[in-house]
Write a protein that binds this ligand. Structure first.
Ligand SMILES: NC(=O)c1ccc[n+]([C@@H]2O[C@H](COP(=O)([O-])OP(=O)(O)OC[C@H]3O[C@@H](n4cnc5c(N)ncnc54)[C@H](OP(=O)(O)O)[C@@H]3O)[C@@H](O)[C@H]2O)c1
Length: 376
């Protein structure tokens, strides 16, 4: 945090929007009669945190409550993620929670509120580290409550307007819960705290996306939600069918006029997932805005038409429509060739057996000679 003396200039300058919002929020809190002290430290590092917590204890005599909000988002599939990146995502939530708990062990806290995420319940493509980090918070709250310590883990859906979700461009369409406005989030936070609710998702379901993902959920939905989904699904299927028949509406670029059937189908799937009506067939999936979640949706569509050929890593390895189509065609040809070879070998064997029986029937060979041929 910059020195207080520079805050007015920074706000007036307005270039660093994120910082300006932080400073203005602190000013707003102070204008309501509170005092805000800012310290910068590494929450997962005991040596960095200890002097800060000790100073606060000295200054205010005690600590009444903790909001543990430090966190970094995970991004990218495990197979291409470096171990240190994975650890960086775990550190603030796993090690950080442990450090805070350790340094406040002699304090009788009224509450500890942990900012977890819906990811720990729903998981998410490319979110292995973030899911693990938040799952720790949920379990930690459970354990603390068993010991009579008021610890609440909130499984937040994505917030609108500020924070990680905005930084990563999470939209209403890509999240299973509707984005939460800051105003709504603050008011539910108060309700959660006063009712001591833990492991709770304060959010409104995004029925459209839920209908799409319902078969992959790791838990049961209530009958009430299932019934709502049936209606939504009907509308969704109709819309999808309409889009599927509209192949000619997509403008394909980057490759002459001749497209293979596979290229046309794959382009149609890219267009659906990326919501683009114009596609460069040589452009990579990521360059066109495709992320891990979209890759999973794309894989689902590909599997419906070309089952068991493509896996999630192929979408990034053969990332343009042309490359992926070529890969699919090659795999299909390989399967076809293998089938043909198997058929030919089978036919040859059948023919040889028929000849053998004919020779036996015509007396050209006797049983012993026939058996010898079979053995060979
Ligand atoms: N916003 C959402 O939609 C959403 C949804 C679900 C859950 N959550 C959770 O809510 C919490 C707050 O999220 P946010 O959106 O406010 O995120 P944010 O704007 O990115 O703020 C996260 C803060 O954590 C700090 N931090 C990260 N790692 C740290 C570390 N190792 N030591 C000390 N500080 C660290 C960051 O410090 P620097 O600024 O110095 O990097 C930053 O100030 C996070 O735990 C997040 O997982 C958020």
């Amino acid at each position: 945090m910059p020195d207080q003396s520079r805050w007015d200039d920074i706000i007036a300058d307005g270039t660093d929007l994120k910082l300006c919002r932080k400073l203005k929020s602190i000013r707003a809190i102070e204008s309501m009669g509170s005092k805000v002290d800012c310290y910068s430290c590494e929450v997962s590092d005991l040596n960095s945190m200890e002097p800060v917590i000790e100073e606060i204890k000295q200054k205010y005599g005690t600590i009444n409550g903790v909001f543990h909000c430090a966190g970094v988002a995970g991004d990218g599939f495990l197979f291409r993620k470096e171990a240190n990146i994975f650890k960086e995502v775990l550190a603030p939530k796993i090690n950080g929670t442990w450090v805070i708990n350790h340094l406040t062990r002699d304090v009788d806290l009224d509450f500890t509120i942990l900012f977890s995420s819906i990811n720990s319940i729903f998981g998410g493509a490319g979110q292995g580290d973030y899911t693990a980090a938040n799952a720790y918070l949920d379990s930690f709250a459970y354990m603390q409550n068993k010991q009579g310590k008021n610890t609440l883990s909130i499984n937040w859906p994505a917030w609108d307007e500020v924070g990680i979700a905005v930084d990563y461009g999470i939209t209403d369409e890509s999240s299973i819960f509707r984005l939460l406005t800051v105003e709504r989030a603050i008011s539910v936070l108060e309700e959660i705290a006063s009712n001591k609710l833990t492991n709770i998702i304060p959010g409104t379901l995004n029925m459209k996306l839920l209908a799409f993902a319902k078969d992959e959920l790791s838990f049961e939905l209530s009958e009430q939600i299932k019934n709502k989904l049936i209606d939504k699904n009907r509308t969704k299927n109709e819309a999808e069918k309409r889009r599927r028949t509209d192949t000619e509406d997509i403008v394909l670029k980057g490759k002459g006029e001749l497209y293979s059937d596979t290229e046309k189908s794959i382009a149609q799937m890219y267009s659906m997932v990326l919501d683009m009506q114009e596609l460069d067939l040589y452009e990579s999936f990521s360059a066109m805005g495709g992320d891990s979640i979209m890759a999973t949706q794309l894989l689902k569509l590909i599997n419906q038409q070309y089952p068991d050929i493509v896996d999630i890593s192929d979408i990034f390895t053969y990332s343009s429509v042309v490359e992926l189509s070529e890969y699919i065609d090659k795999q299909l040809n390989k399967d076809h060739q293998q089938e043909t070879e198997e058929d030919t070998a089978e036919n040859r064997l059948e023919q040889e057996l028929n000849n053998l029986f004919d020779d036996l029937e015509n007396g050209k060979i006797n049983i012993q000679e026939g058996l010898k041929i079979l053995e060979n």
